[in-house]
Design a protein around this ligand. Structure first.
Ligand code: AMP
Ligand code: MG
Length: 344
């Protein structure tokens, strides 16, 4: 099959620009230390404002690499590969925590998030780079094994039934950013911004006490942002159809987020979903899940879950912004938005 494969470079995969305002308004009481890291198939940028910045960044990078070794689906020694290889494995505390938390969100989103979609991701070529549109019968057969209820966690052992296989790609970066922020706080850092390729998380405020400004990328033009968002001590996580995709011979775009109900790349009216909240893991799980749900279901979910905030972008590049953050959002020129009202 002559598929026109079109995957952006890893740099273009980053869905959010972290815009730390470094202009003259910052009083540099604390020095800035910055480090670029490539891990989890993504470019990451860590910025810490602290006298011990170099040593702190060293420990943060080591932690990222340690977690990558546990969660990788391609490294055959990882916890996840060992579970997938034999159906059951004794794993690290971090893997137990992450799988357990991911399962909570699989349930909460009625299976829009489903960590057992891995066999379908592989069939479509998203884990191998050999992109293809599978035959309907192959999708139907693989869908039979997709069900997060097949996964159990007990006494440090994670098991998956019925020959299934799991992938933590939808939540691993969120968990990692939570871990890094905890590590920084333990080392008394009061100002830091980490960007794990689309997963941004802030510790405190900018060094001058003002909020961080995080930009959300225009899904159709990666050279600009559609809006910027002021945050403090929060995670901002985006899932988009422009991050990793291929164009099929039918001319359609097939993105890396699979709808577990159909076994096909999600295409439900949204091109980008950004979730803002306290927990990086929760924001990561929900950005993927709400992308799968599509515009109407995602808006209904947000009406019931006021603990999170969101910016949805539809096919026409219109923004839907929840009421709790609408005043912190600055739109770029030409961008229109609707507020999702949830109170009163
Ligand atoms: P994210 O960039 O956080 O939205 O995560 C997307 C990644 O999660 C993909 O590259 C896959 O590894 C995995 N994935 C795709 N679809 C799903 C899904 N419906 N549920 C759970 N994981 C998924
Ligand atoms: Mg995610």
């Amino acid at each position: 099959m002559n598929i026109n494969m079109k995957v952006r470079t890893a740099i273009l995969c980053m869905t959010i620009f972290a815009v730390a305002l470094t202009g003259c308004s910052i009083k540099k009481e604390k020095p800035e230390y910055k480090r670029d890291v490539f891990a989890m198939d993504t470019y990451m940028v860590l910025k810490v404002y602290d006298e011990n910045g170099e040593a702190i960044l060293e420990s943060a990078e080591a932690e990222i690499k340690r977690l990558e070794m546990l969660f990788s689906v391609t490294d055959e020694k990882s916890d996840i590969s060992r579970i997938n290889g034999s159906g059951s494995a004794q794993v690290s505390e971090d893997t137990v925590k992450l799988v357990s938390e991911a399962l909570v969100y699989c349930e909460k989103t009625d299976g829009a998030l489903d960590i057992t979609v891995y066999p379908l991701l592989r069939e479509w070529g998203f884990t191998t780079g050999k992109y293809q549109i599978p035959e309907d019968k192959d999708i139907t057969a693989l869908l039979e094994g997709v069900d997060y209820n097949n996964v159990t966690v007990e006494d440090g052992t994670v098991s998956i039934k019925n020959g299934g296989a799991m992938d933590l790609g939808a939540v691993a970066k969120g968990y990692t950013s939570d871990r890094i922020c905890s590590l920084l706080r333990e080392q008394s850092v009061s100002s830091a911004l980490i960007n794990l390729g689309g997963n941004v998380q802030a510790v405190g405020t900018k060094p001058d006490g003002s909020p961080w400004k995080v930009g959300i990328e225009d899904p159709k033009d990666n050279s600009r942002i559609v809006c910027s968002l002021k945050i403090e001590d929060k995670a901002v996580v985006t899932s988009g159809n422009y991050e990793r995709y291929f164009i099929g011979e039918d001319g359609r775009r097939y993105c890396h987020i699979i709808d577990p109900k159909t076994g096909r790349p999600a295409d439900n009216g949204l091109v980008s979903v950004t979730i803002v909240g306290e927990s990086g893991t929760a924001c990561d799980a929900l950005s993927t899940a709400l992308f799968v749900m599509g515009k109407e279901r995602a808006a209904e979910f947000l009406e019931k879950h006021t603990e999170i905030e969101a910016v949805l972008i539809d096919d026409d590049l219109r923004l839907y912004i929840t009421d709790g953050i609408s005043e912190n959002v600055e739109l770029s020129s030409g961008i229109e938005s609707t507020v999702i009202k949830r109170q009163g």
